[in-house]
Design a protein around this ligand. Structure first.
Ligand SMILES: [Mg+2]
Length: 146
């Protein structure tokens, strides 16, 4: 999969334009996703030196991105007539996600195992004897009735 990953607030705590501390397990998770042959694209508002600093910070920790703020490394407005600011990614990992940013362990489970939020919540409720009984306080959450 092509996975677009934000930097500030996602890989590191948001201290823009400084680089904050790593969010727990962000680097380890990105390395695992790289090893699983996902294509990681850094998707950030950083440009110029600030972008280079972020890329170098990740590189020093063993994470290489396929591209940054573009679909492929050589992409420009000149060589791609369909160039758009929106990346053509399968997934976006961003602290501005609706519902917030899951912890990186959860992100890994969702990406590598193809889990959606409702799968994880179902797993958390699994084993409760009256789960699924609409009269129970443990009934399936509302989103499962869609
Ligand atoms: Mg952010």
């Amino acid at each position: 999969m092509i996975i677009a990953v934000d930097f500030d607030g996602t890989i590191v705590e948001n201290r823009y334009p400084e680089i904050g501390a790593e969010r727990p397990f962000a680097i380890e998770t990105l390395k695992m996703l790289n090893a699983e042959r996902h294509r990681l694209v850094l998707w950030t508002c950083r440009e110029g030196k600030l972008l280079d600093d972020a890329l170098e910070w990740c590189r020093e920790r063993g994470v290489e991105f396929y591209a940054a703020n573009r679909d492929y490394p050589e992409e420009t407005t000149d060589n791609n007539p369909h160039f758009s600011r929106k990346l053509k990614a399968d997934l976006f990992i961003d602290d501005r996600n609706v519902g917030g940013l899951p912890d990186w362990g959860t992100i890994y489970r969702m990406v590598s195992r193809g889990k959606k939020w409702h799968h994880l919540i179902d797993e958390a409720y699994e084993g409760q004897k009256d789960y699924g009984d609409p009269s129970s306080r443990h009934r399936r959450p509302w989103y499962r009735f869609w």
